[in-house]
Design a protein around this ligand. Sequence first.
Ligand code: NAD
Ligand code: TDX
Length: 339
Amino acid sequence: MTLEFSPKRIIVTGGAGFIGSNFVHWVVQNEPDVQVTVLDKLTYAGNRANLEGIPEDRLTFVEGDICDAVLVDSLFADADAVVHFAAESHNDNSIADPSSFVRTNVEGTYTLLEAARKNGVRFHHVSTDEVYGDLALDDPTRFTEETPYHPSSPYSSTKAASDLLVRAWHRTYGLPITISNCSNNYGPRQHVEKFIPRQITNILSGLRPKLYGDGLNVRDWIHVDDHSSAVWTILTKGRLGETYLIGANGEKSNLEVLREILVAMGKEPDDFDWVKDRPGHDRRYAIDATKLMTELGWAPEHTDFVTGLHDVIGWYRDNEPWWRVDKTEIEANYAKAEH
Ligand code: NAD
Ligand code: TDX
């Protein structure tokens, strides 16, 4: 039985992005003894405003690059653990230009691992179910920790590379690590480039939603707060060197999700455009989270997807200045790719 780990000073990379910022809010609310340092480059996907409302005595914000070895080393000298969210995260961008994905996701993770090794810092690596490739729509199985890696896109192949680096640093150098691979997240503060926010903000902007291909691709949706509680559980109770899959039985086709959004926003279920498919588009993701649930006792709390979706729609209605600044440029880029 592994003794519980109780970090007091954690570094959260990518803590100004969608999932990282939700994780920081979750930790500050649920773990009163933990001090958080966010390291974030504030790329187009990072936003300092995502951390508003967090008391100053709980959070230190450092604007910087995870590839900056000197900076990373100085921060790690004073930390118990790092929770590594920072990444280039959008598949469509990785198809248009993979270079920043290789740099941040692979070289950045390597830089953090070396600093963790030097300073004896516990390492939790946040990854994705996309490293396993995809499943057929009629395949009765789901991904488990034993599924072989088979990534499809430049994004998912760089995430797979980073996972393998983390495993190697454990096996070779004995670095205390855990890895989690989660399914598609939804929730507040997700960038407007991603599927659910794009469709909601299109409708709020008087634009028609856009569905790729035949719309039957399946994603396994989980609320971002359930991802946060799972990552904390794995960091504090997980066995060293282990991988845990995170999911909440949320399989839905893109067409189903889009129709839920349209109906919730008072539109007709066919008020959208079919657009060009994504090259190499993964067909279906599905997670079996049995190991995390049985071994560590984790369970998701936000299991009613329609209620969660209504809350997210409300968040985008109430926070138009947050997303409006990026919307025009994102839609112009999508138009160039015929998406
Ligand atoms: P995001 O794009 O919203 O945020 C990424 C954050 O990382 C941003 O704040 C950005 O400024 C920062 N960043 C990027 N490059 C950096 C660099 N070189 N140095 C420092 N900071 C940098 O991403 P997200 O959707 O919140 O995803 C977070 C993590 O979770 C990623 O590792 C992703 O692979 C993983 N993940 C995401 C999902 C999902 O559904 N979005 C699902 C499973 C796993
Ligand atoms: O306008 C759109 N229309 C559409 O049909 C967009 C933006 C997407 N899609 C489709 C493509 C996917 O099948 O919707 C699905 C979801 O697309 P994304 O939001 O781009 O997510 P996905 O490619 O599934 O990857 C996400 O989940 C796993 C995150 O972006 C990754 O960071 C995470 O690893």
